[in-house]
Design a protein around this ligand. Sequence first.
Ligand SMILES: [Cu+2]
Length: 189
Amino acid sequence: MLNTITRSQRRFTTAIISVVLLSAATVSNAETAEAKIARAITAAPSDITNDATIMDVDGTILRAGTNGWICLPGVGLIPDDQHPMCNDAVWMKWMAAAASGTAFTTDVIGVAYMMAGDPMMNNDNPMATDPNDDGVWRQEGPHIMILFPDMDVVADLPRNPFVGGPYVTWDETPLAHVMLPMAAKVPPK
Ligand SMILES: [Cu+2]
């Protein structure tokens, strides 16, 4: 399945690259490293963040770490985003694949913490930017995100973000993953 990325999906990931570059250019200078680190460490529990590497969205190391976790002050794929995340190595591989337009594969699960919440996202289409775009929009509160080697193992999970519990986001795209919310939420108006 991962070998058969459609042309539209490829166009999507190409668009992501330009977004990343734009984001790096506009965000980096606006804030101090201290402010970025302070926000990045709100993404996960302190027994992760205390020894995590803190990396800016453009790849600059703001603080070296030792435990393999990488915390970022925002989602680098979205311009000016300020929702921090702490990623394991598998999620960093996913981020790189999304940014470069290459297919993502993994042999093991990946875990990312976003305990400070997500930006508003379209659950069905990672490319959607207009609130009037089709699909279900959701803004997740504190949550964990999980990648699987084979999404067939989570085929029974809902695609609806509002039924409670874990759900699949960006189903049928190369960026599909499971969202595990830690708080209740309601659909946007
Ligand atoms: Cu998230």
